[in-house]
Structure formats: structure tokens, C-alpha cells
Design a protein around this ligand. Sequence first.
Ligand SMILES: Cc1cc2nc3c(=O)[nH]c(=O)nc-3n(C[C@H](O)[C@H](O)[C@H](O)COP(=O)(O)O)c2cc1C
Length: 495
Amino acid sequence: MTDFVSNLTITMAVAFVALVGALFLFLVVVYIRDRTQKEDAIIRNFPVLGHFRDFFTYLGTFFRQYFFALDREEQPFNRAQRNWVDRASEGKNLTVPFGSTQNLRTPGTIFFVNSVFPAPDEPNEEPEPITFGADGPNPFTTQSFFNVSAMSYGSISKPAVQALSHGARRAGIWLNTGEGGISPYHLEGGADLIFQIGTANYGVRRSDGTLDTERLAVLSKQPEVKMIELKLSQGAKPGKGGILPAEKVTEEIAEIRTIPPHQASISPNAHPGVDSLETLIDHVTLIRQTAQLPIGIKLVMGETNWLDAFCKLIQERGLSQAPDFITLDSADGGTGAAPQSTMDHVGLPIFESLPLLVDTLNRHQLRERIKVIASGKLMTPSAIAWALAMGADCVNNARGFMFALGCIQSLQCNKNTCPTGVATHDEDLQKGLDPADKAQRVAQYAKNVRSEVAMIARACGVKDPRHLKRHHARMIIDDTRSASLADLFPDVTAE
Ligand SMILES: Cc1cc2nc3c(=O)[nH]c(=O)nc-3n(C[C@H](O)[C@H](O)[C@H](O)COP(=O)(O)O)c2cc1C
């Protein structure tokens, strides 16, 4: 027994010395490598210790999110906003205790002005319907004012698309396919689909990159496809085409997009042959005639002079050639992958571009003909109610639905490492995302948004969310004053 104990002690002592020796040797090798490398000045000047800087920078993102950032502090979405979507998706209690943490002195903050006589509480009342392309061959009528924005199969995963498809169907809202074509997973739940055609024409692409009209005619006949959206640009990367990193271009995604697998999928920044207002209207008309469906264009506003000329040209060529809708994206819209320069500094934010678009359409008597869909950080009921009050007919949202799918804002959509399975094609990571459970969350989020927007409308004295007007909201302009949106952005009447 004594021999056994002494042998064990000796073995442990030898193992310890070997471990310390190996560690020492490892640190010597790292030290020599750090001192001799030339790429990183910090590591060359502070060998071994310098590596902790990268490590702590990496960990900082998580520490800030969980421990240090205040509820209203983080970007792009703060904890208060994310928690609201989370609770709405769970179908949990949506009340909060004690008092608001929203600072009502920050310029730009919106608040609604409640009527002394609110509209009667009728929680089960459905929103009024809206019709797109009323004079076209297959108009599309929907009651939904809050829908799933474009996210391609490719930027998000198979179970994410499946959950969106089933959830959208259950909530009675539409799902935009994004620019990656229609996958079987988009069709699975039977939701209304908006088929997006991006600048690379994925899904309806000839080998030279131009639009394959025969293929478009076939795809448009699928009963789920209700409208077509021609994407000119999106908020996160105006003037830059879509980007899908090589790691995310699987064999299946490549086949749906008709491109080579395992190579980055970079769309051009414009549609082939569309380089003027005339050719844009020609292209819209060609797609409408081919698909026999309502068609709209998606863009982020930048310079604005073209808009008047566009409206005049539509009046000249006839209302039948007008796009049936314009989806207006905000400069701060989200994406799977974009250069930081365009994300941070190109395009107009929605709070400025939405009134500009609505007013210009009004001035040219096109407001009834061309519906307006707004998007970009319109994720919580107050933001959606603001967009409707400013004149939007509908709101699209992408990242709110990602949160409903379980996204934790880990900011890794441009890699293949999304820890929640939403934006990755790593099958191990996808296992965490159960499409059936997440479909339920998607539906509950949409329904709770709808009911809280209706609640804001009723507080303002109107029955339907689309009856909200600019005079129903005010914006903080400095520490002690606010102004009505009706005064800041006066309604424009037709010329
Ligand atoms: C993961 C992801 C993928 C996206 N893919 C597309 C796309 O294929 N086509 C497109 O027009 N917009 C795409 N978008 C942009 C959204 O449709 C929308 O314009 C923008 O995100 C609006 O901002 P929101 O996320 O705050 O709603 C994508 C956004 C995200 C987050």
C-alpha cells in the first residue's frame, strides 16, 4: 500500500514537471515566433502577452452584450427591443413593470398623441384589406400590413426558411424570397410569396446573367407566388450587388441560383440593360407581361432628383406601366454581408426618405396607383405605427423575424458560424433551430405586432392602423420641445 502511494506520488510529480516543461517550451516557441514575425507590432513588442489583446477584444462583444451595455444602448438593436420581440414570439406577458426606460428627451424620439376618446377596444378586429395591381390580370389582396422582408435562402438556412414559410402562413402574412430564387423550403408552408428578382436574376437567370423570361413565366404560375419584386438596391449596400460568401454557397444553393458551388456569389450592382428611367419602366412592363402578376421595385433612396422625372414619365406612358408598389428600404437596413462603408454611410434613412417618397407620389397623383412598403429597423409596434402614419401602406421586416427565429445578434451572418442556426449551412449548428417550434414563434411575433399597432391606433382614436396620420405622432426636437409630424412633414396635395 505504502509502495503504491509513493509510486503514485512520483508519477504525479513527473507528470507535473513534464507539463510545466511543455508549457515553458511552448511559451519559448511563441516568444521567439512573436519576436521574429513582422506583421503585428503589438505582438512583436509584447510577445506572448500581446495575444490577449485580440482575445479580450473578441470576448468584449459578448461581455458588453450580457453584462455591461444598458437596455437602450446597443446597436443595431438594443436589449429592450430584442427582449420585446423575444417575449412577443414566446407569446409571453407583454407588459413591463414600474415605468419606461425610454428617454423622452432624446431628439428624434417619436411618441403618439392619444385621443381623449379612444376608438372602441375590438381586439379581434382584422385590419382593412389592401389590393396591389388592382387593374392588372391577377391583383393581390391582403389584410396584412406587417410582413417578412427579403432574406434569401443562402443568407439564411434551410430550417430558418422552413420556419418562416410555416409561420408566415399561420399569421396570414407574406414572405419575400430574397434574391436567391425560390427554394422548396419557401413553398413548404404555403404562405403568400413575393418572388424577388435581384440584379443577378438568380432562379430566373440565363447563362449570360440576363433574365430568362420563359423560366419566370413558369415560376410565376406557382399558386403561392403573388407578386414580383425587382430589387434595384437595398439599404445596407446601395450601389453594390448581393454578396454570399463562398462558405455559404452549397451545392443545393448553387443549383437553385444556377451558379457554381463553393465560390462567392456576387451580384452585379445593376440589372443588365436597366440604366435609365425608360429602360426601368420597360423592364417592369416586360416582367409584368411575363409573370402576369403585380410587380414592384425595391430601392434605398439616395439622390432624389430622378423621382419627379420617374413620376412624369409614368404619367406620359400611362398608369398601366407604373410599378404596382415601391419597397423603400432604409440606409440602416440589415443584410447577411455588406461593406461597412456602404452600411454606415450610403443612402438615406427611412425617417427622411419615406415622407419624401409619399409626398412625391401624392404630388403626381400616383399615391393610389403605387403602394408604398417601408422597411429598415421597423421591428417594434411603435416603429411600424410611425411608418403607417407617415404614409406607408405596409411594412416589411427582416431582423425582427430573425430574432423570432432565435437570432441573438452575434453578428456572424457573413461567416458560416451563426451559433443559432439561422444564418449558417453548418448542419451541426442548424440542429439547434427546430422549424416547427420557430414557426410558432414567427406567427406569434407577427400577431402580437399586429395587435399592439392596432392598440396604438385605437389610443389615437382611429379604428384601423392604416388610418394613422402624421398628426397622430410627434417627434422630440430638443430637450423640452416636440413637434407634430404633420408640421415637420406637411402633407402634400396633388398638383
Ligand atoms: C440575413 C439577411 C438577408 C437579406 N437578404 C436580402 C435579399 O436577398 N434581398 C433584399 O432585397 N434584401 C435582403 N435583406 C435586407 C432586408 O430585406 C431589408 O431590406 C432590411 O434588412 C431591412 O431592415 P430590417 O432588417 O431592419 O427589417 C436581407 C437582410 C438580412 C438581415
